[in-house]
Ligand binder design. Structure first.
Ligand SMILES: [Ca+2]
Length: 588
């Protein structure tokens, strides 16, 4: 705790000065050249106590898919981390894979970081918000912590511009092992899936160098992470490790014996299971007792009207997904056990998050591909109905800026650093991925630079949440912003303004209506106008260009509706490489 207090003196103590505001807040208020204060060098004894950090990012997992957030899927290892750490009730991502990852890694909003869309989309003129790579005006957490003496490593899905010049090796990671998203097994077929990249070197996916035997990705990635822990210890350094899991992105896969454990458990149907999750969330205090569960979209199916054979198909789809969540939790248990065996668990800050909400792509029917579903040749997409369950109690999905698209669990575990008086409690102030950089820079005693590698660096857009570890209230001087595919939102205190592409703004009072059921835009036009201007000003200064066309994000009418059964295995993934944002449909 000494180190936290020491850093707080130097960083938060300066928060009343203009320069420190650039460090802790201000996405666009100050020029990129604003000088940020360097914290005083911690004393040697305090240096030794700086935490190790492991940032775990799960892919396409909904808000309520783990036990601490109301799931029926057993996740005992995450339960334990939450019970002894902190749960954030209003933490946000940026609605989609690449944008969220860029934001998490840089402490900037996606467009500021150069990755306002998936990293295969690059604007011809290059320098704005769609560069398909981490922009020169950004630095990664690895680049900030490494000069402070940290060992840096990552294992998992990268998805922020390896093909455009920013693989992990180039942006501060001492060691890296990355692969295409959705890679679960060593001999899984698929374009771009035949190799992994280890420290910049392409290695066959089924090479023993990647993992031995018929590995499953969650286990294999934890093995790599623990290897990096050992390398850091051998070097006598604290570590920053980034663990972006394959799980639970499409094509969802899991070992057959795990899928078998969940078969039949989803025959209760999405409607009942959603109500069950909602009741658990209210009971645990995650959601207000008087919260309203929003109605489902008109594209969703009424479970009671689904034919029996289709119910079995849907049950299997969700069993595959539940198995993938369960195995991800089991792998986290292995990670925790290995950290404990090395005496490193107590002083390791573990953060657990999802990069976007549950995914409705493929519409209400979902997809299955070749049997056995969940096996290496299959192509399971959960679809809109199960995604609605996954995002309980919120509406909409990955791609969208309603709460279902952007709300993520955040679990923080750090036995040596989180005060005993707050362990097991919930942090209720809003936060965003942009807050991770300032938090880690503070705890590591690292300096966020004003210039790096010959370029001016934008001030961080977030603020540290380290105070929460001591039970301090968290304040925020500027709103939180979103834009993805023309879907947009602003969160300013208790108010949230949100709109889908081409639709009018809606206004919600999140203090009384977190589930966005009562639009107050007409009742408070002054507040809506003020926040719309906040968004416009932010977009104008944050490289956010107007988006050209509507993307459905999986909210489409299914084939089952109207009496026609879904196909046995519409095996095709989303359309191939998109060269232009205007052609984009679905993707990682
Ligand atoms: Ca994702």
């Amino acid at each position: 705790m000494k180190i936290v207090k020491s850093m707080k003196r130097t960083l938060r103590g300066a928060a009343t000065t203009a320069t420190a505001l650039a460090l802790l807040a201000g996405p666009c208020a100050l020029p990129a050249t604003a000088q940020t204060p360097a914290p005083a060098a911690p004393a040697a004894a305090e240096q030794a106590k700086r935490p190790n950090v492991i940032v775990i990012l799960v892919d396409d997992m909904g808000f309520s898919d783990i036990g601490p957030y109301g799931s029926e899927i057993p996740t005992p290892n995450l339960d334990a981390l939450a019970a002894n750490g902190l749960r954030f009730t209003q933490f946000y991502n940026s609605a989609r894979c690449s944008p969220s990852r860029a934001s998490l890694l840089t402490g900037l909003y996606p467009h500021e970081a150069g990755v306002g869309y998936l990293d295969n989309v690059v604007r011809p003129d290059g320098a704005g918000g769609l560069q398909g790579r981490i922009a020169d005006r950004a630095v990664t957490i690895a680049e900030v912590l490494k000069p402070a003496g940290y060992f840096t490593g990552m294992a998992g899905k990268w998805h922020v511009g390896a093909q455009h010049g920013t693989p992990p090796k180039v942006v501060g990671f001492d060691r890296s092992m990355f692969q295409k998203g959705g890679t679960y097994f060593p001999d899984q077929p698929g374009k771009g899936r035949t190799f992994v990249t280890i420290d910049g070197r392409q290695v066959r996916l089924d090479s023993p160098e990647v993992g031995t035997g018929e590995w499953y990705a969650s286990d294999m990635l934890v093995d790599w992470t623990v290897r990096f822990v050992d390398e850091a210890k051998a070097a006598g350094k604290p570590f920053f490790l980034y663990l972006p899991f394959t799980a639970v992105h499409f094509p969802v896969m899991a070992p057959a014996e795990d899928i078998a454990k969940f078969k039949g458990k989803y025959m209760a149907g999405w409607d009942q299971l959603r109500r069950d999750r909602f009741e658990r969330q209210k009971k645990m205090g995650l959601i207000a007792a008087d919260a309203q569960l929003p109605g489902v979209l008109p594209e969703a199916y009424d479970w009671d009207k689904v034919p029996a054979a289709d119910k079995e198909r849907f049950d299997t789809i969700m069993a595959v997904y539940a198995a993938a969540v369960s195995r991800m939790d089991k792998a986290i248990g292995t990670l925790v056990a290995d950290l404990k065996a090395r005496g490193e668990f107590d002083n390791t800050l573990i953060l657990f998050m999802s990069d976007n909400g549950g995914n409705a792509e493929s519409g209400p029917d979902g997809r299955t591909g070749a049997a056995p579903w969940g096996g290496k040749y299959s192509n399971v997409f959960v679809g809109l109905n199960w995604a609605t369950l996954q995002n309980t109690p919120f509406r909409y999905f990955k791609h969208y800026t309603e709460e279902g698209g952007i709300a993520t669990p955040l679990i923080a575990s750090w036995p040596a650093g989180i005060d005993t008086k707050v362990r097991g409690t919930m942090v209720r102030e809003p936060g965003h991925l942009v807050d991770v950089m300032p938090t880690l820079a503070e705890l590591a005693g690292a300096r966020y630079p004003a210039r790096f590698d010959g370029h001016d660096i934008r001030p961080m857009s977030g603020r540290s949440f380290a105070g929460a570890f001591e039970g301090e209230p968290l304040t925020r001087s500027v709103p939180i912003f979103w834009e993805h595919e023309g879907n947009k939102a602003v969160r300013d205190g208790k108010w949230k303004l949100v709109a889908q592409f081409g639709a009018p703004w809606q206004l919600y009072d999140m203090s009384t209506d977190r589930t966005e059921t009562r639009d107050l835009a007409a009742a408070h036009p002054d507040i809506a106008a003020r926040m719309a201007k906040q968004w416009d000003d932010w977009a104008a200064t944050s490289f956010v260009d107007p988006w050209p066309n509507k993307i459905d994000g999986g909210v489409v009418k299914g084939r089952l509706e109207g009496g026609k059964a879904p196909g046995p295995g519409k095996g095709k993934r989303g359309k191939g490489k998109r060269k232009r944002a205007a052609q984009a449909t679905t993707g990682e």
